[in-house]
Design a protein around this ligand. Structure first.
Ligand code: NAD
Ligand code: IPM
Ligand code: MN
Length: 349
């Protein structure tokens, strides 16, 4: 891998702040390896030009080796930026256009990290699991509509799309990951209510399980899984679930493993036809933007996922080790964004 081209989309709020630290660490661990191309996209660009993601930019992005994204979106309730404009028009547009079917979200509770979990939950146990979230279907397809908007008779629908092709590929990916880890895969759904999609997910899960007799499987309804995530998260190895359940469970997973500032993610295009995209799980955090206090660790750990994807696992492990050492050293000390970036960059260099 010489001179891989990385598109950098800092985005909004703390997005550019944490992305700068991620690129700093990536450059420190692999000097002279990457060519970075910055893309000015997000709320400001839209306000200035009316553009969210021009077709010409989408076309250019198609040809990079990977995308590093910060976060997009305004403060919930913002009057200046319509909710969903940037989330749908930029972030989800990239996930859909580049067929990011596999949304990987690892959660590890590092030693010494403050966690809201009760001490008894952790006694002698480790929390180390990965959520494989479906990334291109479900309730995210924009399949719905509204009539009589603004009236007392308003009716709105959002219809979940689940194809056997889409579900089968994400379930198969998750079985492969479980086999390579501790050999356990949990399906999260809600087939007691969502009977149609639930039947499809169950069939895919059962059929593929037959090809992986060495992987132990179980199923939890998504609501019960929220309890398990808080009272017994060490039971999880690999979790597979749909797009919206995966979005929700990964914020909770982040919260119990040290906070949203530590949670990394990868949006993988399984065929390699399009670039994959690496980003923290968190959003633009307008409440702390511009203060220099956002934790860049999630963005930095996402660069380890990027290196894994580009075939440099030895460099990825160096970032993971530096992150875990830095987290242990930090304890509950409050460090600034660039301070954390500098410390981790120094460790990997
Ligand atoms: P958020 O993740 O931005 O913030 C939730 C809470 O976590 C806030 O209190 C915030 O201060 C804190 N937080 C988030 N990242 C942090 C970090 N790195 N360090 C320390 N604290 C951190 O979620 P939200 O407030 O619901 O959303 C804000 C905007 O971001 C919305 O427009 C939303 O649509 C968007 N969003 C974008 C992405 C993305 O681009 N991938 C993801 C989630 C939300
Ligand atoms: C995430 C975010 C996005 C999602 C939004 C901003 C579209 O919450 O990456 O977790 O729901 O996938
Ligand atoms: Mn989310």
């Amino acid at each position: 891998m010489t001179s891989a081209k990385i598109a950098v989309i800092g985005g909004d709020g703390i997005g550019p702040e944490v992305t700068a630290e991620a690129i700093k660490v990536l450059t420190a661990v692999a000097p002279d390896t990457f060519e970075f191309v910055d893309y000015d996209l997000g709320a400001e660009r839209w306000q200035r030009t009316g553009e969210v993601l021009p077709d010409s930019v989408l076309e250019e992005l198609k040809h990079v080796d990977a995308i590093a994204l910060g976060a997009v979106g305004a403060a919930p309730g913002s009057k200046a930026i319509p909710s969903g404009l940037l989330e749908r028009g930029l972030l989800l547009k990239l996930r859909f256009a580049f067929d990011h079917a596999i949304n990987l979200r690892p959660s590890i509770l590092y030693p010494g990290v403050p966690t809201p979990l009760a001490p008894a939950v952790l006694e002698g146990r480790t929390v180390d699991f990965v959520v494989v979230r479906e990334g291109t279907e479900g309730l995210y397809c924009g399949n719905g509509g509204a009539v009589r908007v603004g009236t007392a008779q308003e009716l709105a629908t959002e219809v979940s799309v689940n194809t056997f092709f889409g579900v089968e590929r994400v379930v198969r990916d998750a079985f492969g990951r479980a086999r390579a880890r501790r050999g356990k895969l949990t399906l999260l759904h809600k087939h007691n209510v969502l009977v149609n999609a639930g039947r499809l997910w169950n069939r895919a899960f059962t059929e593929i399980a037959a090809e992986f007799p060495d992987v132990a499987t179980n199923y939890l309804h998504i609501d019960a899984a929220m309890i398990a995530m808080v009272v017994d998260p060490s039971q999880f190895d690999v979790i597979v679930t749909d797009n919206l359940f995966g979005d929700i469970v990964t914020d909770l997973a982040a919260a119990v493993t040290g906070g949203i500032g530590l949670a990394a993610s990868a949006n993988i295009n399984p065929t390699g036809e399009y670039p994959s995209m690496f980003e923290p799980v968190h959003g633009s955090a307008p409440d702390i933007a511009g203060k220099g206090i956002a934790d860049p660790t999630a963005a930095i750990s996402s660069m380890a996922l990027l290196l894994d994807h580009l075939g440099r696992p030895e460099l990825a492990r160096r970032i993971d080790e530096a992150v875990s050492a830095d987290i242990a050293e930090r304890g509950s000390e409050k460090l600034g964004t660039t301070q954390i970036g500098d410390r981790i960059a120094a460790r990997v260099a």
